[in-house]
Write a protein that binds this ligand. Structure first.
Ligand code: UD1
Length: 361
């Protein structure tokens, strides 16, 4: 039994970590293909190092480009890789251009395709991530869903019979890393002279928040005028767009900082007063750490974080300021993202449902 994982962007490395562990534990052969979509060391290498992920078996080195160029380059390069390895499953992760390219490559070569984190929907058809995840779900032979809400979306699109609820693999990693950083010093706080509970942690990277100058200026203005310090962990796209738009990321309460390694990010989020973000993963991580989150978007795929009171969607400067200043919610016992054992279930499901597996007697 051989699984071939295709990953390329930062959140996919996080999801890969528990899958790689679970595959090893189950004695399943696992080939890792890195597309090269993210290539900066802080967006890529440190995740492999800190999360104990084996080095990729194949590196496609495609780099950046427009959606079509990037997706096409990965798709073209994957043909030879899939031909060589002929896995029992191609495993595609999440919603990036690397995901869609892996999906198309697999179906074209008749290699069974499983989609991890299937069934998430923003219902915003202008988001590249929404195109990627919808197309990948519909191409997949097996949809591995993180939540019941995701299962419901898959069922309503006619994909229920090929869907399995496995839980959320990012929760597996988060729980492990949280336990390893509790009580540990947070270099970011020392470096910036911040007190625990007295700063907000922010990330912004989505095209809809950075491409348009007025929209990005509104966000920067809101983050510059908050009640506490705001540390913006600046993705390369944000740095590039701020320069292009003539916006300063170090003004008023706002200060920018390079992206953090994953354990440092978790430690910094855990001690923050709140998180402000447009990332999908960080919304959920804030919820799992029980840190209030403000999401600068009009919708979220992780609706449970909003329903349970830990996440508020805010779409203009006043709404952002108001949401950030809200009180911390009370205790929450619900666990909509599973018990931290999703990756084991993923591998068990892949073994059980592998098309090449002998049928039960
Ligand atoms: C991608 C995913 C997004 C995910 C995010 C996580 C798509 C469509 N989007 O967005 O869903 O949430 O990753 O971070 O796949 N760049 C660098 N160094 C790098 C990588 C990128 O400088 O290592 C710069 C380049 O200028 C590039 C830009 O960032 O053009 C955007 O990178 P890209 O991979 O296209 O999309 P992300 O915004 O990272």
């Amino acid at each position: 039994m051989k699984i071939l994982s295709v990953v390329g962007a930062r959140p996919q490395f996080v999801k890969l970590a528990p899958i790689a562990q679970a595959a090893t534990a189950a004695g399943v052969e696992h080939v890792i293909v890195h597309t090269g979509q993210h290539y900066d060391p802080m967006l890529s290498d440190v995740f492999f190092r800190d999360l104990g992920i084996p080095a990729p078996d194949v590196h496609l080195g495609v780099g950046s480009g427009s959606h079509g160029v990037q997706t096409g380059a990965i798709l073209g390069a994957l043909d030879a890789v899939l031909d060589e390895h002929r896995p029992d499953w191609v495993l595609a992760y999440g919603d990036t251009n690397s995901t869609l390219a892996a999906a198309v490559a697999a179906v074209k070569l008749h290699v069974p395709l499983a989609h991890l984190e299937a069934g998430l929907r923003s219902f915003n058809r202008r988001m590249p991530e929404e195109h990627n995840r919808v197309l990948t779900d519909h191409a997949a032979d097996l949809c591995l869903a993180p939540t019941q809400v995701a299962m419901d979306h898959l069922a309503s699109e006619g994909l229920g019979r090929r869907s399995v609820l496995v839980g959320d693999v990012m929760t597996d990693v988060l729980f492990q890393v949280r336990d390893s950083v509790v009580g540990r010093d947070v270099p970011l706080l020392t470096e910036l002279g911040l007190e625990p509970g007295e700063y907000h942690l922010a990330t912004i990277h989505r095209a809809e928040n950075t491409d348009d100058r007025d929209r990005m200026a509104m966000i920067v203005e809101a983050l510059s005028s908050l009640d506490r310090s705001v540390v913006l962990l600046a993705h390369p796209r944000v740095v590039a767009k701020a320069a292009e738009h003539g916006l300063s990321l170090d003004a008023g309460s706002l200060r920018s900082h390079a992206p953090l390694a994953y354990p440092d990010l978790v430690a910094a989020a855990l001690r923050s007063r709140g998180v402000v973000t447009d990332s999908g993963g960080l919304q959920k991580e804030a919820f799992l750490l029980r840190v209030p989150c403000t999401t600068i978007r009009t919708e979220t795929e992780w609706v449970e974080t909003v329903d349970l009171g830990w996440n508020v969607l805010a779409n203009d400067a006043d709404a952002i300021r108001g949401a950030v200043a809200r009180p911390v919610p009370g205790a929450t016992e619900e666990a909509p993202y599973g018990d931290g054992n999703a990756a084991r279930r993923v591998v068990e499901t892949l073994v059980e449902l592998a098309p090449s597996a002998p049928s039960p007697a």
